[in-house]
Ligand binder design. Structure first.
Ligand code: T5A
Length: 221
């Protein structure tokens, strides 16, 4: 069920190593500095049942089901995340920041997995049941740079199901996220994620201020 919303819902999207987790933490700290209550979450995951599905998907165990099967697993995880975590927090007036959300399904299973748009539209309608982000920050950077950052962060650890895709796939993903931003400019803002963490943080804060000036000023008062 879609609950009444009082809080705001912000998602961070982009390819591997774009800096979403880093920037989510920084944005959360700034919002808390304005006196707002903030929930930090992620996908796949964010609730106990969705975290269990995360293990299955990212281990690659579901790869043989194909992009359609994987999209359904992401959708099942997202429904639980929305019900158990996101909608209750929004109804309490909290600001929910999610590291990835439905646009990742469009980019990874849609553009990369070649799932048809009408199937993704239908899946999104059922899964989200009207709960859409107020603002989506698309962190954009060249695929090579994102992969290098993700490699460095892993420090020799094993790449997961999607990190192990080749460079061409990561270029496709970048283009897919930019297409999503172009198609929905009222919701999405593209951020240059190749800059330093501090510069990216400042650009994100400017975008949040442009979208929520009144609430951020009221919160800080
Ligand atoms: N997926 C997910 C789907 O296929 N469909 C879906 O519907 C959903 C929801 C999730 C995977 O699942 C796929 C997409 C993903 O492949 P994940 O482990 O959550 O997997 O991986 P990612 O979301 O890709 O997270 P990453 O950790 O790879 O990237 P981040 O969060 O974008 O980057 P971050 O902040 O961890 O930074 C990476 C490294 O770069 C450094 C950081 O310190 C870190 O070491 N860094 C910077 N360095 C220089 N300059 C900057 N500006 C930097 N910002 C960060």
């Amino acid at each position: 069920m879609t609950a009444t919303r009082a809080g705001r819902f912000i998602t961070l999207e982009g390819g591997e190593g774009a800096g979403k987790s880093t920037q989510l933490r920084r944005l959360a700290a700034r919002l808390r500095g304005c006196g707002l209550r903030v929930v930090e979450t992620r996908e796949p995951g964010g609730s106990a049942r969705a975290e269990a599905l995360r293990e299955v998907i990212l281990s690659g165990k579901a790869k043989a089901m194909g992009p359609g099967g994987e999209a359904l697993l992401f959708a099942a995880a997202r429904m639980d995340h929305l019900d158990a975590r996101i909608r209750p927090a929004l109804a309490r007036g909290e600001w929910v920041l999610s590291d990835r959300f439905a646009d990742s399904t469009r980019a990874y299973q849609g553009a990369l997995g070649a799932l048809p748009g009408d199937l993704l539209d239908a899946l999104e309608r059922v899964t989200l049941d009207g709960t859409r982000p107020d603002l989506t920050l698309i962190l954009d950077l060249p695929a090579e740079l994102g992969m290098a950052r993700a490699d460095a962060r892993r420090g020799g650890g094993q790449a997961d199901r999607f990190e192990s895709e080749g460079l061409d796939s990561h270029r496709k993903l970048r283009a897919a996220f930019l297409d999503i931003a172009r198609a929905d400019p009222a919701r999405c803002v593209v951020i240059d994620a190749s800059a330093s963490p501090e510069m990216v943080e400042a650009a994100i804060w400017a975008a949040a201020h442009a979208r929520f000036a009144d609430e951020l000023t009221r919160g800080a008062a």
